[in-house]
Write a protein that binds this ligand. Structure first.
Ligand code: V47
Length: 366
């Protein structure tokens, strides 16, 4: 039996098997195939070579310190202007309380991101991180996107290196992958022209890597971008990874249109979501981890994504009764640690709790 009825996929499969890097055109061909099963099988073969049956998860909390933002991104339903109803900035004491609850519930990581808020002094961030570290020395602070670091350098008039060093000294342990959106122009300018461009995002990620910190990378898809824009995004990420090597994980973020300026768009469907996981696994050959983010994908698709190249299942989970709301429309709104482990195991994989930098915290028996 031949591998696929899509002849292009057969050629690509031979390259993948030989460990050869795929070209931009091959990335586009992968997206355009009708043979979803063969695409998934190919991505799964790479995933199993790298990680076997292991599927990682970690217990973390998101802390959005402020929703006040000057950027005006068309895809964002979160930000407010300073005087708008619902605008907030958390005090450091509130941040500590949120962290205290997170630690009590078993979180090993606090994911800290917020809007580009011109009312805050730089010391707000260094004080916040230092206070959190004083109270919870073992809590990993995965904080601030490249977009926030770029804003800090320009707004507080510091070099990139100064910004990174001061934040690292205060307690920043690594950086999340947000703000990457889609690197390709003119698409990026059409959805977020007030924030740094793709080259600048990549440059800053490289500088954070050089400072000895790991970062993640994301891609926001399913809005106005083209397939070519997505493949361009993958190629740029793997080129940066070749140079600085500090990316741990890639997280494709499925666009959720409700409540945004792009609410007339439908958002990506399940086939697109699974293809995006698979193509990213095959194209970004020098990233170890591909994360399925169930909050955006919905639980069913996130679980299926584990068979399409993803080896990490993420989204705030809790040991207690707290509910986590999903962006998806599948009616599923909560996730306990037990349920997450069951989801992984019911897919045929072995659930392994990790810390932010992929050390095993606890190996859960299958
Ligand atoms: O940068 C904003 C995206 C990102 C929408 O590093 C949206 O481990 C979908 O980066 N629909 C923030 N997505 C979240 C993020 C993230 C999430 C989970 C894990 C990690 C990690 C990082 O969310 C933003 C933007 O790309 N986003 N609005 C929306 N309407």
């Amino acid at each position: 039996m031949q591998f696929s009825f899509d002849t292009k996929l057969n050629t690509i499969a031979a390259k993948v098997e030989a460990g050869e890097r795929l070209t931009f055109d091959e990335g586009v061909a992968l997206y355009k195939t009708d043979d979803l099963n063969a695409l998934g099988k190919l991505a799964d073969s790479v995933r199993r070579t790298k990680h076997g049956r292991t599927t990682y998860f970690n217990v973390n909390r998101h802390f959005n310190h402020t929703n006040i933002c000057v950027a005006d991104c068309k895809f964002c339903g979160f930000y407010k202007r300073a005087r708008q109803e619902g605008a907030y900035t958390h005090s450091i004491e509130e941040g500590i309380e949120i962290a205290r609850n997170a630690v009590a519930e078993g979180a090993t990581e606090l994911h800290i991101v917020g809007g580009l808020n011109t009312k805050l002094p730089f010391e707000y961030y260094t004080d916040l991180f230092a206070s959190l570290k004083r109270e919870f020395p073992k809590l990993h602070l995965k904080a601030l996107t490249m977009v926030e670091l770029d804003f800090f350098a320009r707004f507080y008039k510091m070099t990139d290196e100064e910004v990174i060093q001061k934040l690292k000294a205060a307690g920043m342990d690594s950086c999340p992958g947000g703000g990457a959106e889609i690197f390709a122009e003119p698409t990026r300018s059409r959805i977020c022209d007030h924030k740094c461009d793709g080259n600048r995002w990549l440059e800053l990620a490289g500088k954070v890597h050089k400072a000895g910190l790991k970062t993640n990378a994301t891609m926001l898809y399913g809005h106005i971008e083209t397939i070519e824009d997505r493949v361009d995004h993958f190629v740029k990420l793997r080129e940066q990874q070749d140079v600085t090597g500090g990316f741990q994980c890639f997280i494709p973020l499925a666009f959720y249109p409700n409540g945004t300026a792009l609410s007339s768009l439908p958002g990506p469907d399940a086939i697109d979501n699974l293809k995006t996981i698979a193509v990213s696994r095959l194209m970004i050959d020098n990233f170890d981890h591909i994360k399925a983010y169930w909050v955006m994908l919905g639980k069913a698709t996130a679980q299926t994504a584990l068979h399409f190249g993803a080896n990490d299942l993420d989204g705030t989970i809790t040991d207690g009764g707290e509910l986590t709301h999903s962006y998806s429309n599948d009616g599923e709104v909560k996730m306990s640690k037990t349920e997450l482990i069951q989801m992984i195991e019911n897919s045929g994989f072995e659930a392994v709790e990790r810390d932010t930098v992929y050390n095993h915290v606890e190996k859960v028996a299958a």
